[in-house]
Design a binder for this molecule. Structure first.
Ligand SMILES: [Zn+2]
Length: 153
């Protein structure tokens, strides 16, 4: 893999915080209003690849402090269906096994957006899973930053 920042990267949420995604911790109304505000400000388009058609998913951006084990919410971006599947490639694999998604399409999308080869995808994926396994060994404290007030208690 060339040493560069990928436009579209895989982000695997540690299994120890799967049950506490912001989507689950916020009321549907708040979630929808964040999504609507985002679209009003940035347009209804994928922030990674520029796609404007199809389903758009609001995606949580997390920052991981691997020393203190704090997962911090940095904000949100809007992603098209394929970018969303790449970000959550673990889930994409499950959906593919259930016949609900063409996994190769997700790989193709990754390669197109990042202008890279399938081999580079496999390398990046292996690394992402390695980090995921490490992070899943720990309990994480969550910091919701400026979104704290919207979290259900
Ligand atoms: Zn996209």
């Amino acid at each position: 893999m060339k040493d560069r920042t990928l436009k579209l990267s895989i982000e695997l949420v540690p299994s120890t915080v799967w049950e506490s995604s912001v989507y689950k911790l916020m009321s549907r109304e708040v979630w929808d209003s964040i999504r609507n505000d985002f679209i009003k400000e940035n347009g209804r388009k994928c922030q990674v690849c520029g796609e404007t058609s199809g389903t758009m998913n609001l995606h949580e951006i997390w920052n991981y402090d691997d020393k203190k084990h704090v997962q911090k919410l940095e904000g949100f971006i809007l992603l098209c269906r394929m970018c969303y599947h790449v970000k959550h490639i673990g889930l994409a694999g499950i959906l593919a096994n259930q016949g609900k998604l063409d996994y190769d399409k997700a790989i193709e999308h990754f390669c197109k957006v990042n202008d890279c080869t399938k081999k580079e995808f496999e390398k990046h994926k292996a690394k992402a899973f390695e980090i995921w396994r490490e992070r899943s060994e720990y309990e994480w404290n969550q910091d919701f930053g400026k979104y704290k007030e919207f979290i259900k208690q």
